[in-house]
Ligand binder design. Structure first.
Ligand code: CTP
Length: 408
């Protein structure tokens, strides 16, 4: 159990802080909510007290003998400020201590994550951008805001990411520190494929696989949090789009191939984490195959699908990194890594992320563990963890191999 301080500043998105609080407590953390006085215009202290089971105060004059303004920050394992308004970011950047939240930020030794939410004009204002740069330079995480519908009829960057996205990213920082969400992918364009293709047999049936898309989702979410412009080519995944990520839905291997080739043209990194069917039925019946009818098949002939990863490798643009995935099991011919090294050589990608799936360890689970093999022969182990933490480890291995970003 970790001690999380949830700072809430005064914006309409404060209502989402209640859901974030819920996500933290359901993960077993002890949460102390510290709202600013203006946050309480949007959500009442009783909501935060009931959901956290802890008292809520906004100023340094409550429980004076407890010296709350010093103790809360000192004892925290993580501080998350969501939403962080333009005013809160300004006060944090200048080191003000005019309420309990800003005093807590000055006494916290632990990682701090700011999750901005405000109108687009306020976010893009040079004053706010300089405050964000200051906070990042000092080691805090400041997530980029989501793009989308704001409070009024307008839309643009400034939305608070969904509580599930914030909770997943906060868990990465709690486990691995602020560096796990470094801004090392700023200005990079990243294309990730996720999920599993479905190859139709007839209008109602398909050949599919057990990929849930969760690892691809985590890769996209963490890349966006690290500053990248992310496109997620998603094969049959029902999950809500991660914040700041453009999702291109596809069904079959052929559709996935077309989307990946189109999206990867100007990408810095292309990640093939989707489980692509190697074969598809040679013919797709136009009407449903029925038992005991002329349409009942004796067998289903299959033909090979294109190898999308291999094609992306041959069409790689200068400086582009192509990352493959391999789900392997050891057998009489070799262990997991031996098979993976052979696959890396065969596919020709720059990196291969290797999952040991012996005994069905990975599919649909929240936890994962991988080794990142590089074409230079190196192997980087990413320790077991939640899929977002594994994604952060993978991006660290990838970003260390990226060249200098192109101008413009
Ligand atoms: N892949 C692909 N197109 C395919 C099959 C796989 O792009 N038709 C990609 C996957 O997205 C993954 C990598 O290739 O990044 C490895 O997939 P895997 O199924 O393990 O490789 P295969 O070439 O199918 O190897 P094998 O079946 O021999 O293990």
């Amino acid at each position: 159990m970790s001690r999380i301080v949830l700072g809430v500043s005064g914006g309409v998105a404060a209502y989402k802080a209640a859901l974030l609080l819920r996500a933290f407590t359901e993960s077993g953390h002890d949460v102390r909510v510290v709202p600013t006085p203006s946050a309480l215009h949007f959500v009442g202290a009783a909501t935060f007290e009931a959901l956290s089971g802890n008292p809520v105060s906004t100023d340094v004059w409550t429980d004076v003998p407890e010296v709350a303004h010093v103790r809360i920050g000192q004892e925290a394992d993580l501080v998350v400020v969501a939403p962080a308004t333009a005013d809160l970011l300004a006060r944090a950047a200048t080191g003000r201590a005019d309420d309990l939240l800003t005093a807590t930020l000055l006494t916290a030794h632990c990682p701090v994550v700011f999750v901005p939410a405000m109108h687009t004009e306020m976010w893009l204002h040079p004053a706010t951008q300089e405050n964000v740069a200051t906070l990042r330079r000092r080691g805090s995480v400041v997530l980029p805001p989501a793009v989308g519908r704001l409070t009024g009829p307008d839309s643009g960057p400034g939305r608070l990411p969904e509580p599930a996205d914030i909770a997943a990213l906060a868990a990465v920082v709690l486990e691995h520190g602020a560096d796990a969400l470094a801004q090392d992918l700023t200005g990079r364009r990243v294309v990730v494929s996720a999920g599993g293709t479905r190859e139709p047999l007839d209008p109602v049936r398909y050949l599919g696989n057990r990929s849930s898309g969760k690892q691809g989702w985590a890769l996209a979410r963490v890349a966006a949090a690290r500053g990248a412009d992310v496109v997620l080519v998603a094969a049959n995944v029902e999950l809500p789009a991660p914040f700041g990520v453009r999702v291109v839905p596809v069904g079959t291997a052929e559709e996935l191939r077309a989307a990946m080739l189109a999206e990867s043209v100007d990408a810095d990194v292309v990640v093939m984490s989707a489980a692509v069917a190697d074969f598809r039925p040679a013919e797709v019946a136009t009407t449903k195959m029925k038992k005991g009818s002329a349409s009942e098949p004796d067998s289903i002939p299959l033909v090979r699908n294109p190898d999308v990863l291999a094609e992306l490798v041959t069409k790689r643009t200068p400086g582009q990194l192509v990352v493959g995935f391999a789900a392997e099991t050891g057998d009489a011919d070799g262990d997991v890594l031996a098979h993976a090294r052979a696959k890396l050589a065969r596919k020709g990608s720059d990196l291969l992320v290797v999952n040991d799936v012996s005994g069905g360890q990975v599919f649909g689970r929240a936890e994962n563990a991988v080794v990142v093999l590089a074409s230079d022969g190196s192997a980087t182990e990413v320790p077991p963890g939640a899929k977002d933490a594994v994604a952060a480890g993978i991006w660290t291995a990838v970003s260390s191999r990226l060249g200098t970003p192109a101008e413009g």
